[in-house]
Design a protein around this ligand. Structure first.
Ligand code: ADP
Ligand code: MG
Length: 316
C-alpha cells in the first residue's frame, strides 16, 4: 500500500497549491483545524477551486487533525505539579487554596492604595524562595505600566524575609511600558527572557490602566476589548507553556447602575472576568488592614480575609 503523505500544512492537502493556500491564509483560514471546520462551498468561493476539490481538502483536514483527550485522573496527576507562591499571609493563602498558582492568572482589583501593588512586591520576593519555604525557586518579570515599581520597597521586604536584597533585585526583570503597544510587545517577545532568567512569575501592574487611557469613548471600546483579550490570552499561553504564575492588577470604576451594595466594578468587563483564573477584590480597612475578598475561583468557595500591609510586607 502506498504510504500516505503526512499532512502538516495547508499545502499538504490535495488540490491546495501555494496560490490557494495564500488566499486561504489571507482570509484567516491559516490552520488545518480551520479548514476542518470550514464549509467546502465557502472555501470554493474564496479560492476559485471546485466544490468537489474543496470537499476532499476538508475531509483530509478533518482526518489529519487530532484532539488530545485525557482522563480526569491523568489531568489530576498534572494538577499535582501546580506550584503555589505564598502571599505572606497564611489567611490569604488559605482563602485561595494555598497560594498564587502557576499555570493560571490571579487578578486583584480595587481602589487606589488597596494594596494591589504591595501584594505584587511580596510575590516578587516570595517566588524566589525555595519550594519548602513558599516559593518556586524562580524569578520575576515585572511589567510596570503605572510607574509605581519601587526597588527600595522590594529591598525592605527581602531583608525582612532574611534574603539578600541585592540578589533579589537582580532576579527581577523590570520593564516600564508607556504604551499599550509596548505592553503587548513585551509579552509577545517574552519567551527568551523567561527561559534565560528562569521566570516563574509574571506581574503586570496594572493590566488595564494604559488600555483605559488610550482607548477612550464608545467607538474605541470594541478595539480595546479585542486587544485586551489577545494580550491576556498570550499571558495564559505563557503561564501554561512555562508552568509559571501570572499576577495582574486591575483598576475599578463606579457603576452607577448598581443601586444597592458596593458599586465598585473592575475594568475590562467579561474579557478579564473570563480569563482570570482567580479574582480577588481588595479594599481598605482601618490603618494597615486590608480586606481581601475571593470573588471567583475554579475550586475554592467565595470568602474574605483580612491582611496587613506592614513595613516587612504582607502579613496576617
Ligand atoms: P494600589 O492598590 O493602589 O496598588 P498599593 O499596593 O501601592 O496600592 O498600597 C499602598 C499602601 O501600601 C500605602 O497606602 C501604604 O499604606 C502601604 N505601604 C506602602 N509602603 C509601605 C511601607 N514601606 N510600610 C508600610 N506600609 C506601606
Ligand atoms: Mg498600584
Amino acid at each position: 500500500m502506498p504510504k500516505e503523505k503526512a499532512v502538516h500544512d495547508l499545502e499538504d492537502l490535495p488540490g491546495i497549491g501555494p496560490t490557494t493556500a495564500t488566499k486561504l491564509r489571507a482570509a484567516g483560514i491559516d490552520t488545518l483545524d480551520k479548514i476542518a471546520v470550514a464549509s467546502p462551498h465557502e472555501i470554493a468561493e474564496m479560492t476559485g477551486i471546485s466544490v468537489e476539490a474543496a470537499k476532499k481538502a476538508v475531509q483530509i483536514a478533518q482526518e489529519s487533525t487530532t484532539i488530545a483527550f485525557e482522563t480526569g485522573e491523568q489531568f489530576y496527576e498534572k494538577r499535582k505539579l501546580i506550584g503555589k507562591i505564598s502571599t505572606g499571609s497564611s489567611d490569604l493563602n488559605d482563602l485561595i487554596g494555598g497560594g498564587v498558582e502557576t499555570n493560571g492568572i490571579t487578578e486583584t482589583y480595587g481602589r487606589f492604595a488597596s494594596g494591589k501593588t504591595q501584594l505584587g512586591f511580596q510575590l516578587a520576593v516570595n517566588v524566589q524562595l525555595p519550594k519548602d519555604k513558599g516559593g518556586l525557586g524562580g524569578n520575576v518579570l515585572f511589567i510596570d505600566t503605572e510607574g509605581t515599581f519601587r526597588p527600595e520597597r522590594i529591598e525592605q521586604i527581602a531583608k525582612a524575609a532574611g534574603m539578600d536584597p541585592k540578589e533579589v533585585l537582580a532576579n527581577i526583570a523590570m520593564v516600564r511600558v508607556p504604551t499599550t503597544e509596548q505592553q503587548i510587545l513585551t509579552l509577545e517577545r517574552a519567551d527568551s527572557v523567561i527561559q534565560e532568567m528562569n521566570i516563574k512569575l509574571i506581574i503586570i501592574d496594572s493590566l488595564t490602566s494604559l488600555f483605559r487611557s488610550e482607548f477612550i469613548g464608545r467607538g474605541a471600546l470594541g478595539e480595546r476589548q479585542q486587544k485586551l483579550n489577545q494580550h491576556i490570552h498570550r499571558l495564559q499561553t505563557l503561564a501554561d507553556k512555562y508552568g509559571l504564575a501570572a499576577y495582574i492588577t486591575n483598576q475599578v470604576m463606579d457603576n452607577p447602575g448598581i443601586m444597592f451594595g458596593d458599586p465598585t466594578v473592575p475594568i475590562g468587563g467579561n474579557v478579564i472576568a473570563h480569563a482570570a483564573t482567580t479574582r480577588l477584590y481588595m479594599r481598605k480597612s482601618k490603618e494597615d488592614k486590608r480586606i481581601v475578598r475571593l470573588v471567583d475561583s475554579p475550586n475554592m468557595p467565595e470568602g474574605e480575609c483580612v491582611i496587613k500591609i506592614t513595613p516587612d510586607g504582607i502579613k496576617d
